[in-house]
Design a protein around this ligand. Structure first.
Ligand code: PGA
Length: 251
């Protein structure tokens, strides 16, 4: 269960408060694993509040180069050195700011070199009747994984996030049966690039308006292993409720 806090909350004080509440709700879960992705500026301080294996930390972005004259950018090694073991790459909100498939591919390579696990987001902006969105998904996936070997695939988590479902309420999320179909499609094209076994071993998550109200159905019928949760991860109660559902599902 991944919490993507995006550019929230406003201060380190609030971030600590939220994290301590999330820690309380995450602590006793035996099966579901929690990954919190706060703004990079808060990573080091939040990391100090938890030493253990139940919660891991992730960054929301990195730069593709390891070091140099890149004002304002943060490298994979930097986020790793302050406690991140994951990084979200290819999020649609970053793609909307101009990030290209090619850049995302380079970031994936840089993350793997630094030993980070990658939460790779792919998703169409709308679903056309002719299924063209499927070629779009294939392109996003294949360019991000261009240099990723079969051996490195275990460090990749695919987060399928259709843009039309992001940042809304539970009712606007994808239908579980449509999610199921898309997950099968993603595994099928991954099997083309790698092999069937690796494609089926890969963790596929869903993101886009996940709330406690739709989490159960999406997990049961959608054939995903977990969620990338945006707005609902900013409420420890709501995140805890989703986590409970995931924990029971994984039992
Ligand atoms: P949401 O965001 O849960 O608020 O829809 C998901 C995401 O953007 O990762």
């Amino acid at each position: 269960m991944i919490g993507n806090w995006k550019m929230n909350p406003a201060s380190i004080g609030e971030a600590k408060r939220l994290f301590l509440e999330v820690k309380k709700v995450s602590f006793r879960r035996r099966n579901a694993h929690t990954i919190i992705c706060p703004p990079a500026a808060f990573l080091a301080e939040l990391r100090k509040l938890y030493i253990g294996k139940r919660i891991a930390f992730g960054a929301q972005n990195i730069f593709a180069e390891p070091a140099g004259a890149y004002t304002g950018e943060i490298s994979a090694d930097m986020v790793s050195s302050v406690g991140a073991s994951y990084v979200i790459l290819g999020h649609s909100e970053r793609r909307a700011m101009g990030e290209t498939n090619e850049e995302i591919g380079r970031k994936v390579d840089a993350a793997l070199v630094a030993g980070l696990k990658v939460i790779l987001c792919v998703g169409e902006s709308d679903r056309d009747e002719h299924g063209e969105y499927l070629s779009y998904l294939r392109e996003e996936l294949f360019s991000a994984l261009l240099n990723v070997s079969r051996q490195s695939l275990k460090h990749i988590f695919i987060a399928y996030e259709p843009l039309w479902a992001i940042g809304k309420t539970g009712a606007d999320a994808i239908q579980p049966s449509d999610l199921h179909g898309t997950v099968i499609f993603l595994r099928k094209i991954l099997a083309e690039k790698y092999d069937k076994r690796s494609a089926f071993a890969l963790t596929i998550l869903y993101g886009g308006s996940v709330e406690s109200e739709n989490a159960q159905a999406l997990l049961e019928e959608g054939s995903v292993s977990g969620f990338l949760v945006g707005h609902a991860s900013l409420s420890a109660d709501e995140f805890g409720a989703i986590l409970n559902i995931a924990d029971a599902h994984a039992a």
